[in-house]
Design a protein. Sequence first.
Length: 430
Amino acid sequence: MNQLNILLLGSGGRESALARKISESPRCAKLWIAPGNAGTGAYGTTVASLKPLDFDAIKAFVADNAIDMIVVGNEDPLVAGIYDYFENEPVLVVGPSRAAAALEGSKDFAKEFMARHAIPTAAYRTFSAETLREGQEFLSTLQAPYVLKADGLAAGKGVLIISDLKEAQDALAEMLGGQFGESSRKVVIEEFLSGIECSVFVLTDGNGGYRILPVAKDYKRIGEGDTGPNTGGMGAVSPVVFADREFMDKVEQRIILPTVNGLKQEGLTYRGFIFLGLINCDGEPKVIEYNVRMGDPETEVVMPRLASDLVDLLEGAARGDLGDIPAEHDPRPAATVIAVSGGYPGDYAKGYPIEFGADGDSIVFHAGTAFDADGRVVTAGGRVLAVTSFGDTLAQALEKSYATLKGIKFQDMNYRRDIGRDVLKLMGEI
Ligand code: AMP
Ligand code: GLY
């Protein structure tokens, strides 16, 4: 069997879930995770000193360790052009080219791409500092609430949803005045869409081949009942009841096919994951956003539910030919609940020792963890652990994760008690 040496870039719960799945493959010879976290050593070799944006250092590491394939967890290296950097090197990279990564790196680019390919999304217009007045007038022609999006990457903080017109007009002036630096040099103003969101993940080989991975739903707000500020994600469930056959047929025909074919037609090289942030508007799927990577914490339920060999799939995508490599889904539901540092998503302390209880029937993925000077595992980020479980039912999967969380302790630990409740309600289970 042809085995690969694999380098995975990133350090969060998503990378832990990718690392676990890669390490389970008989096609994986050796796995390195850079910079990794205190848990990634369970799946391979953690290289804490190697930074995902230092392409020269990665190139040297690839040569020294005979790496065959680089898998990129988060968007920054992709948007910065890691695919292009290694294009003529003897190593495969799973991901989009820099030009195609603009689907995530520029909201304006993504909206224009969707318009060119008639992909359903919210109506919009884009404004710059020179057209601030027009933007403010445009807002006054819309119905509240008003959706304002910084064009570029803004660490998940660049989207404002405001109910008052005057406030929205002031916010537009602030954004275009440099609130998010270069990222808000342009601002997209969008029609507000209401409905339930879900995350659809596609792996594409850039040549028209693609596989649809299990659908997930994440929980972005810090507070129960979806209240309070946005976070990176407090939990996720998979599958999602409304993403049934009929809905997914629409997603495939109206969104996935035009996206995959549109990229190819436009010569935008893309051999990696496409993350479709979708909203279900009365049964009609519309695109809220594209990301050019897997979601976090969605990956912590999607990867466990992928029943096929991930290395086969990644290699097929990176080589540009998925052929007939399968992507089977495990029918069992999965849920993940994130344990976060007290104060997150605002200021929080780091360095608290973590006490792990029994894993029970769960998988405990490390996210923001590190070793302290004494070799103890301590908190090192806002999102600290992702506790994933399978169940015969979604309710049971959630119960298992919550039972496991009871045994985990660190100072000021917080988590949402209501992950998945909206989906259970839709299913009539509560
Ligand atoms: P984005 O970074 O584009 O995913 O936006 C962050 C969040 O803002 C999304 O997950 C949605 O919950 C919300 N959002 C973005 N665009 C819209 C829209 N047009 N209508 C309603 N909600 C939106
Ligand atoms: N969970 C949303 C994201 O990864 O962007």
